[in-house]
Design a protein around this ligand. Structure first.
Ligand SMILES: [Zn+2]
Length: 339
């Protein structure tokens, strides 16, 4: 607490500059039941009300010790703004989609001119302004959103997306252009509102779901355009084993690449990235952070640090049942290595 360099350290790391120690934070969702109880802001309200959203995000930093404030807690903000109906979820279940509005007529997908005024986008912008004031200038704010491929899969339906990448790639190409435009516009207003970094979670773009050749042909060109158009710090999160596409992604212009624990050889991964982006991760969230002991989390964190991770972080979204002490273990493990 009270470290005046959190924001500089994180942004310098993302910009490839030398830092005194590895930042320990989360670029993926941080809402847990214990933190809801601590803040008095619970899901589902914290997904829908700016004050609640901000209050829950803040305790991830002030109470769990993470060296950034990360919000919101779902991957449905852009999806809802583009027409997916939303189920609100519960205290432990994130909001989900009711339907895929462009499953039948994908050619009708267009980004409305007033996108950033739609659905909960103004709510997240208001939460950003609240957090900027409450967290102060020294703490980095990280806003998450659907990446272009994940957003397309939500608008079209996952089955359609994965079938059409093979059979109707021209439809997917057009959709990805549209979803990338939505990501760019949303990122711009988030930066204007005070966010320091955006994290595009694009799970479906990972090699576990999408052939790396198709990733290279269809998704990575949109990443290039997104990164060129967006001025602030940009992070992409890829689920599963991202190794086969790490080299391609590292050429797109992201400042950081967030990876899961399925990337097991960190020195080899760093070689693939070749210093073009920071590697962020990659402690297992569904495994050791949720079900392990404090000491086990620290041991995993030490492995990441010794492997050369640039930002120590959970490998994916933190599970709602995760004990706070297992989140605190990240900063504690880092402090033991950098006394
Ligand atoms: Zn993931």
């Amino acid at each position: 607490m009270g470290d005046p360099y959190l924001r500089d350290r994180f942004l310098n790391t993302l910009n490839g500059k030398a830092v005194d120690k590895v930042p320990a934070l989360s670029v993926t969702q941080t809402g847990t039941v214990e933190l809801m109880e601590k803040s008095g802001s619970y899901w589902p309200e914290a997904h829908f009300e700016a004050k609640e959203m901000a209050a829950l995000a803040l305790v991830g930093h002030t109470f769990a010790g993470l060296e950034a404030v990360r919000y919101p807690y779902c991957l449905t903000i852009l999806s809802e703004a583009l027409g997916c109906g939303i189920n609100r979820g519960t205290k432990e279940i994130q909001p989900s989609l009711k339907y895929h509005p462009f499953a039948e007529e994908p050619e009708k997908l267009e980004i409305p001119k007033d996108l950033t005024e739609k659905a909960r986008i103004p709510t997240v912008l208001e939460a950003t302004a609240i957090l900027r004031e409450k967290a102060g200038e020294e703490v980095p704010l990280i806003a998450g959103m659907e990446g272009p491929a994940s957003l397309a899969s939500r608008l079209l339906g996952t089955y359609n997306f994965l079938t059409w990448v093979l059979r109707k790639p021209e439809i997917i190409r057009d959709c990805l252009k549209a979803t990338r435009t939505a990501c760019t516009e949303y990122a711009e207003v988030l930066f204007e509102a005070g966010a320091d970094a955006v994290c595009l979670a694009d799970g479906i773009a990972g090699p576990d779901m999408l052939d790396p050749k198709l990733f290279e042909a269809l998704v990575s060109p949109e990443y290039d355009v997104f990164c060129k158009a967006s001025k602030g710090a940009k992070i992409v999160h890829i689920c599963g084993n991202a190794v086969p596409i790490l080299k391609t992604i590292s050429g797109c212009g992201f400042n950081g690449i967030s990876i899961e624990e399925k990337v097991t050889d960190l020195p080899a991964a760093k070689k693939l990235v070749g210093g073009k982006a920071s590697l962020i991760g990659n402690i297992s969230t569904s495994g050791v952070m949720l079900g392990g002991t404090y000491e086990e989390v620290k041991a995993e964190a030490r492995k990441c640090l010794e492997g050369g991770i640039d930002v120590l972080a959970p490998g994916c979204g933190i599970a709602p049942g995760t004990p706070t002490k297992n989140i605190k273990a990240l900063v504690d493990a880092r402090n033991e290595l950098y006394p």
